[in-house]
Design a protein around this ligand. Structure first.
Ligand code: ATP
Length: 624
């Protein structure tokens, strides 16, 4: 019997049960004795025609023994029923005894439907609440899962397993050359399976793609399937985790079973860390559903036969929290790291995402690439799209450099803010930003300037932007010291020119202190600490934030560390001050220009400071 016929049978049974429940009683009632008024019953009792009374709560079933009209000796037996009065009749029992009526007291009997109804009521309420919650959960499920029936959902129905042969190829993945090279060899495993079988070589089973968010892990997995022209099963591990324990494991089973049917193919599990975290570490006994799902993934991967060309790719940006069992040989034993793109890769990604856009003549993607350090592929895609939207909004026929520049600033610093700034505050802002700009301009190892602005954006009131000409992989001491001096340049210029400092240097001091702490505590760039590791936190490789580490050094070392940091910051301030004092007239000219223009680009900055540049660099050499 298939599931459809079973479903119909169940429906018929349910309808029959309902009919019996509601009409069965009426059918019974049709054959029930005639009901007579209580007064009639009393009259029959008085006339000696009642032979037997059965009391059932407030109902009395009566057996009559009446004389038949045909003859005084002939009598007939008849059953009738009556409802007793709500107030007890004190004459009833004595009257029955006097007439010698057989009396039987029986438990009261309610209708079968009523009894059934009351016994089923708690269940009906429970099923109703369950159904209501279930509907609500379904309506919130992603990917159209809400349209599935509850039964399908609980059993992890095959309907939800999404797969397609993607039309994405490696050409769509710009940069990431190492990662592409590593996964490219899998194409051969998928398309030339027999060759491996002949020799008896086992297919790699699991590949873990690691990297910061938006670096193209999903895109790369898709491109692999697109290149090999095989089905691509894509699921986010967080979709496995459901309200009910066991549902996730069942869905894993369904997905792997479906994938096996369609081999050769690729399964891609995004955010594997959401089920693959080290087991047994959760407070309160861990998370059963998550652990069962993880165990099922491991079991499925172990269960692959040598000839099954199913490759499982998983992506994460938290490899540090993954359960070691996931990473052992035979499971996700190959690791491919995707990095944030460098300048060359950013330019390539920009080309991919602007290839369908009409670009104006003035657009120079290499400048945009240079100005977007730290952007992921997803950020760059977003930047291109935002620039295109801006061009449409302005009624332009093409995307020009200004659109890309504006959107870059928006992504990096937030939108332009309308703020009522007092004239003296605005002047101080111009002094502060001109200070950063001048110090960056005159120091020999500082990054080249890109632009300076006093238009408030995001959380910043003004910004001085520098653009490294080439990507730096190691940072030398001279460069870092110049960077510290540039950070201190704003506050120092305020002090020299206005005679006081302000809270505007809040972020500068924070960043400079963090950099100086790294120079002293990690990179051995101070005499106080020397080449000793005294870090208190570790940068997460992919998430770009610091994770606290246990302190492994003494209080005495900690105070030496503070001393080293303070001396680097003081030295940076002194170096900035030397430049500001030396070039004060040029800096004042820059301040005036900035107050008028609000934003100055590289050439405008150079026009203000160029005449002093030569002298400046010489002076700086003497200072250092
Ligand atoms: P997450 O870790 O957040 O899941 P991810 O690493 O899987 O992110 P994707 O979803 O693959 O990142 O990338 C998002 C989008 O960014 C892609 O669809 C693609 O358009 C763009 N992108 C990312 N990297 C690249 C790249 N190297 N080349 C071209 N486009 C890219």
């Amino acid at each position: 019997m298939n599931s459809d016929s079973l479903k119909y049978l169940l429906w018929i049974a349910a309808v029959a049960a309902l009919i019996w429940l509601f009409y069965g009683e009426q059918i019974d009632n049709a054959q029930a004795p005639v009901s007579i008024p209580y007064s009639e019953f009393k009259r029959l009792l008085a006339g000696g025609e009642v032979a037997k009374v059965e009391l059932r709560g407030h109902r009395a079933d009566i057996v009559l023994n009446r004389a038949v009209a045909a003859g005084p000796k002939k009598r007939s037996t008849e059953r009738v029923t009556t409802i007793l009065p709500p107030m007890d009749d004190p004459d009833l029992l004595p009257g029955l005894e006097r007439a010698g009526v057989e009396l039987q007291n029986l438990p009261s009997e309610e209708g079968r439907g009523t009894v059934l109804f009351y016994s089923l009521l708690p269940w009906l309420i429970f099923i109703g609440i369950y159904w209501f919650i279930w509907k609500r959960i379904q309506s919130k499920l992603p990917g159209g899962m809400g349209s599935r029936g509850a039964g399908d959902f609980l059993s992890g129905s095959a309907k939800e397993v999404r797969h397609e042969v993607p039309n994405v190829t490696f050409d769509d993945v710009a940069g990431q050359d190492n990662a592409k090279r590593e996964v490219a060899e899998l194409i051969n495993f998928l398309t030339n399976r027999e060759r491996y079988d002949r020799i008896g070589a086992e297919t790699p089973r699991g590949i873990l793609l690691m990297g910061p968010p938006g670096t193209g892990k999903t895109l790369l997995a898709k491109a692999l399937a697109g290149e090999a022209k095989v089905p691509f099963f894509n699921i986010s591990a967080s979709e496995f985790i459901e309200l009910y324990v066991g549902v996730g494991a069942s869905r894993v089973r369904t997905m792997f079973a479906e994938a096996r049917k369609r081999a050769p193919c690729i399964i891609f599990i995004d955010e594997i860390d959401s089920v693959g975290r080290t087991r047994g570490t959760g407070l309160g006994g861990g998370h059963d559903e998550r652990e069962q799902t993880l165990n099922q993934i491991l079991a499925e991967m172990d269960g692959f036969e040598g000839h099954e060309a199913v490759i499982v790719l998983a992506a994460t940006n938290r490899p540090d929290v993954l359960d070691p069992a996931l990473l052992r040989p035979g499971r996700f034993d190959r690791h491919v790291t995707l990095e944030l793109p460098d300048k060359r890769a950013r330019e390539a990604i920009l080309k991919v995402h602007t290839r369908h856009l009409p670009l104006a003549e003035d657009t120079d993607l290499s400048i945009v690439a240079a100005g977007t350090p730290g952007f992921s592929g997803a950020d760059i895609k977003n930047l291109c799209n935002e620039a295109a939207i801006m061009a449409v909004r302005e009624g332009s026929e093409a995307v020009c450099m200004r659109h890309l520049d504006e959107m870059r600033d928006k992504v990096m610093m937030g939108s332009v803010r309308t703020l009522a700034i007092q004239p003296d505050e605005r002047h101080r802002l111009a002094v502060h930003e001109s200070g950063h700009t001048a110090v960056a301009f005159f120091l020999p190892n500082a990054d080249p300037l890109y632009k300076v602005t006093i238009i408030p954006r995001g959380r910043a009131l003004g910004v001085t932007q520098t653009l490294p000409e080439e990507e730096r992989h190691t940072l030398c001491e001279e460069y870092l010291k110049d960077r510290l001096a540039v950070m201190m340049g704003g506050r120092t210029t305020e002090r020299v020119l206005l005679g006081s400092v302000s809270s505007g240097a809040d972020d500068d001091i924070k960043q400079a202190s963090a950099l100086a702490r790294a120079m002293v505590g990690r990179w051995g760039m101070s005499e106080e600490i020397g080449p000793m590791d005294v870090r208190e936190s570790e940068a997460h490789p992919f998430l770009g934030r610091e994770i606290a580490q246990p302190r492994l050094f003494s209080e005495a070392t900690a105070s030496q560390l503070d001393k080293g940091v303070r001396s680097l910051l003081t030295e940076a301030e002194q170096r900035a001050e030397t430049i500001v004092v030396k070039h004060r007239p040029k800096i004042e000219q820059l301040i005036a220009e900035l107050e008028v223009q609000e934003t100055l680009d590289r050439s405008q900055i150079e026009a203000c400071l160029m005449a002093a540049e030569h002298v400046g660099k010489e002076t700086e050499q003497k200072v250092s």
